[in-house]
Design a protein. Structure first.
Length: 215
């Protein structure tokens, strides 16, 4: 029997290590879905090389090519819609998306942020955590809503913060957990185990686990 797998596209602006971690977990069967495109706003993004290596189309929708934000977003939506994905994954996508696109993919768009939200929203979250002096930091995968870094939380993973840490050291420690948390959240989505109730995400724990490591 041929069961059609769900599909997702990834939006990334730079290095793309989360994109790679997700691709690796698609390859080993942990994520029961297919990544159909990488879309970037940055023609120099290393993520494009990663897409090429994986045989996945890489689309560049560069902000500079459009007269204003509205025109850019219209083009971005059109590019996403070419692939008609079940899920849109923001993996280090450095632009704040407008309300039209966020509403269009409501409940079907996820983002990763390198802090334990709702602490330290916005840029340089890891440095904010170090400067604040928190003892525990981490990452959050959440559904995207119109308020930045404020959507319903799917998964959080934690790391300790040590006295000699700087933003870079803490970023590296958190990144290791990002590479676990994002595939976990995407897997749960495609297993149909996530329900959004208000701002709370419920995870169905009654389903029999499908094959693959759960870490
Ligand atoms: C990650 O730290 C992610 O949490 C943040 O941007 C960074 C992207 O890193 N949103 P990479 O491009 O996935 O390596």
């Amino acid at each position: 029997m041929n069961v059609k797998k769900g599909t997702f596209v990834v939006l990334a602006s730079g290095r793309g290590s989360n994109f790679q971690a997700i691709l690796d977990r698609v390859s080993d069967g942990y994520i029961p879905a297919v990544c159909t495109a990488l879309i970037t706003d940055n023609p120099l993004a290393h993520a494009i090389e990663r897409a090429r290596a994986a045989g996945i189309p890489g689309e560049v929708v560069s902000f500079k090519s459009f007269s204003d934000k509205q025109a850019y977003e219209t083009a971005l939506i059109a590019t996403i819609q070419k692939y008609n994905p079940d899920l849109v994954v923001l993996a280090g996508y450095m632009r704040i998306l407008g309300s039209e696109i966020v509403r269009k993919y409501s409940g079907r768009m996820v983002n990763i942020h390198p802090s334990l939200l709702p602490s330290f929203t916005g840029l340089h979250a890891q440095e904010q955590a170090v400067n604040y002096g928190v003892k525990v930091a981490g990452c959050t995968v959440h559904f995207v809503t119109e308020d930045m870094d404020a959507g319903p939380v799917i998964i959080q993973r934690t790391v300790p913060v040590f006295e000699n840490d700087d933003g870079d050291i803490l970023s590296d420690r958190i990144l290791v957990e990002e590479h676990k948390a994002f595939p976990q959240a995407i897997r749960l989505f495609f297993q149909g185990r996530l329900t959004i109730e208000g701002r709370v995400v419920k995870i169905d724990t009654n389903q029999a686990p499908s094959p693959g490591r759960d870490d």
